[in-house]
Ligand binder design. Structure first.
Ligand code: ZN
Length: 436
């Protein structure tokens, strides 16, 4: 499916309704919130779910005990609930230990996280590997709490042996070589980070599922860091098939696209994404690889060194709503997520169709008119680009330049180059170098 053929209204409303269903769920790196999320995604994608028991050694890590939570609140001495988990799951420190005790305000303050610079917002905080209990709240609410009050803190959570859960589906193409698309599914009620990535990846699956594909596409929904490390440690054979990969996150805000290159910095996926952004958007930014960010860190660690980049809009921590209650359903925009999907379809089109051709009449320009090529341009909206694309392909097709190289050199969109290459191939002026 080409991005221009999309029913954008239908896709946009599917993306929004999926996000609305997933938003209220309290997710973490383990637990029932992840399972519930994967169960909903399984209605759209036939996911295979893997459970890895707590204590399993995965590379240099160990799968932690599983965290689940039922209820949490703080009450003042009159019994009024001043904070309640059911209003926002961000109110509880993610992975908080259970607690049920009376505390003074000063003791409470040691376990409360706020954002003094954004005093109306609730922060998102985690404590996966240091056992602690805690709450998150608006700073303006904290400063109104009275010193002479006694507070009851109650968190009904469990941290017990269980398992870590991830889901994946391999959409099979003609060849075993894979494109891996990775989304983290461990954040609670936050929109851009990363329900936007999850919903756009799901929409991409929906666009690709009935297409004839050359490559196989693996959709991986996994908790960040420990989830990716677990998957990597369990898939050493699969990893050999990975030809291209993208971490998909932060795809719903109004900012420009940001592409973070793979560790090598010059892999095909790096070139492909840069081509799409250069030729289809006005503003974008290319980031060099760094060992900080999302799960590209794991896929691009030296022991794997996979060709995996990261496609986002505004990068993490560069927008003030990041990891706060303001990263909500109002913050993410349906049209921006549809646009993110369009970019992914452009990327897939290049992955699927990039080829090297050889010009079969390379001595001088072949005569295009007698082969009917100028007649076939009548249906093309951009006639000049089409003519130029024909000339560029004929000139560059010496076997060493791919259609992607030609798109880059000519500044003509890959899909237009591909359309012109098909026309030249049909009249036997060029030949795929891999076909004898
Ligand atoms: Zn995050």
């Amino acid at each position: 499916m080409k991005s221009k053929d999309l029913d954008k209204n239908k896709i946009g409303s599917d993306i929004t309704s999926l996000i609305k269903r997933l938003f209220p769920i309290c997710r973490s790196i383990t637990g029932n919130g992840v399972r519930e999320t994967l169960a909903i995604l399984s209605e759209k994608i036939p996911l295979n779910i893997t459970e890895t028991p707590s204590g399993t050694v995965v590379n240099d890590w160990e799968v932690p005990d599983e965290w689940n939570i039922n209820e949490a609140w703080i009450k003042d001495s009159k019994g009024n609930k001043i904070i309640c988990f059911s209003n926002s799951n961000l109110h509880v420190l993610n992975y908080s230990a259970p607690i049920n005790k009376k505390v003074t305000l000063s003791e409470l303050k040691e376990h409360v996280f706020t954002l003094p610079d954004q005093p109306d917002l609730i922060p998102y905080r985690t404590s996966y590997y240091n056992k602690n209990w805690g709450f998150c709240m608006a700073h303006n609410q904290l400063i109104k709490l009275k010193d002479d009050e006694e507070y009851t803190v109650f968190i009904d959570s469990t941290i017990e042996p269980g398992s870590l859960t991830y889901g994946e589906y391999l959409l099979k193409g003609d060849i075993n070589q894979e494109v891996i698309l990775i989304c983290h599914i461990c954040h609670p009620s936050l929109g851009n980070d990363n329900l936007s990535g999850i919903a756009v990846a799901t929409a991409l699956y929906n666009c690709l599922k009935d297409q004839k594909l050359k490559y196989s596409y693996r959709f991986l929904f996994t908790p960040a860091t420990i989830g990716s490390i677990t998957w990597l440690s369990q898939n050493e054979e699969t990893i050999k098939n990975i030809k291209h990969g993208l971490v998909l996150t932060l795809l719903g805000d109004e900012g420009k696209f940001n592409y973070k290159k793979s560790r090598e910095g010059n892999t095909q996926i790096d070139e492909i994404v840069q081509n799409v952004l250069k030729l289809t958007t006005k503003e974008y930014k290319i980031l060099e690889f760094s060992p900080y960010g999302y799960d590209e860190r794991q896929f691009c660690s030296p022991g794997y060194n996979l060709p995996v980049g990261r496609l986002s809009r505004t990068p993490f921590a560069e927008y003030p709503e990041y990891h706060t209650s303001a990263d909500n359903l109002d913050f993410i925009k349906e049209d921006k997520m549809v646009e993110s999907l369009e970019k992914l379809l452009n990327i897939v089109s290049i992955i699927e169709n990039n080829k090297n051709y050889i010009n079969l009449k390379p001595k001088g320009e072949p005569q295009l008119g007698k082969r009917g090529l100028f007649r076939s341009i009548s249906g093309q909206s951009n006639m000049k680009n089409y003519q130029m694309a024909l000339l560029w392909i004929l000139n560059q097709s010496d076997g060493n330049h791919s259609l992607l190289d030609i798109s880059n050199k000519s500044g003509i969109d890959f899909d237009e180059i591909k359309f012109a290459a098909d026309a030249l191939e049909n009249v036997q002026l060029i030949q795929d170098i891999n076909v004898n």
